[in-house]
Ligand binder design. Structure first.
Ligand code: PDD
Length: 281
């Protein structure tokens, strides 16, 4: 395997960043995860749009043109012979002597890209069973709309999920509403078959998969309401599922101790999963 690090393709085992990279010291950086399907990047344009927004919000300079970055992503995928899987891109504010304010002068942002294969059949098998999620208090900062590598609350939540035998943790805000998963967006289907997901303007990352599923649902004529929903509502829902570039549309069959529906993946989640790649770019 190879990784791209600051202008070079290097053996994955030897791919290093400097000890004073601000990503390492301050989590001062952003990232993207893009699905790879048949060797192609899924929804590349949307991921690039979101990346540019994240960089802008943190005032990190764009390290290279969008075209050049796209080339690096595809080249990393190609060199790793990934057909189905994911590509990871991280951009930090660069290397400078440890000091909290932005470095003075022209410090180049640091760019790292890795890619790896994911076994689609395994994901499909998990989706046939559905996953369990736990709920945890949302103790993150207010700018979760930025895709930063500062993910400690997400890491702790996901570890708690694993220790509870669940695959994902849903964050819950002070009003008892679900915000999103540790690395996924959260959805439910109510008793009347309406899709419900939290609006992307507060408290969540605007997932690319979420955006595609919103468009897909509209195209399919499904009723969709973007509003916050409570944990109690979710536990009484007919269906629940999560979306992300790596899990795609993944049915949820248990929330804490509550079984969702009949404990099997719901039909709407299944349909959206089946149709997802037809709707993505
Ligand atoms: N996570 N919410 C959070 C907090 C996320 O980290 C992610 C993505 C999503 C879904 O976004 P998208 O549909 O664009 O993948 C929602 C990536 C996959 C990760 O951290 O690995």
């Amino acid at each position: 395997r190879v990784a791209y690090v600051n202008g070079r393709y290097v053996p994955h085992a030897e791919a290093c960043v400097h000890v004073e990279d601000r990503g390492y010291q301050f989590a001062d950086g952003v990232y993207e995860v893009c699905e790879v399907l048949d060797g192609r990047l899924v929804d590349e344009r949307r991921h690039m749009d979101r990346l540019e927004r994240s960089l802008k919000e943190l005032r990190i300079r764009e390290p290279m043109s969008r075209a050049a970055l796209g080339h690096v992503l595809r080249e990393t995928v190609r060199r790793n012979r990934v057909r189905d899987g994911m590509v990871y891109l991280q951009i930090t504010r660069g290397v400078a002597r440890r000091d909290h304010p932005f470095p003075k002068g022209d410090v180049a942002p640091a760019v790292v890209v890795t890619a790896r294969s994911i076994d689609r059949r395994k994901g499909g098998k998990v989706a046939e069973q559905g996953i369990a999620v736990i709920t945890v208090p949302d103790n993150r900062w207010e700018r979760v709309d930025i895709k930063t590598v500062s993910l400690l609350p997400n890491v702790l939540a996901r570890q708690a999920a694993e220790e509870a035998g669940a695959a994902e943790a849903w964050f819950v805000d002070r009003d008892g509403c679900v915000t999103e998963g540790s690395s996924t967006n959260a959805w439910i289907v109510d008793i009347d078959g309406r899709l419900i997901t939290r609006p992307a303007d507060r408290g969540i990352l605007r997932g690319i998969t979420r955006t595609v599923v919103v468009e897909l649902a509209r195209r399919e004529g499904l009723e969709l309401v973007e509003r916050p929903f409570t944990v109690e509502e979710a536990k009484r829902a007919r269906e629940a599922f999560v979306t992300s570039a790596t899990k795609l549309v993944m049915p949820v069959v248990r929330i804490d101790d509550a079984v969702i529906g009949n404990g099997k993946p719901g039909s709407i989640a299944g349909r959206l999963r089946d149709l997802f790649h037809g709707a993505a770019e």
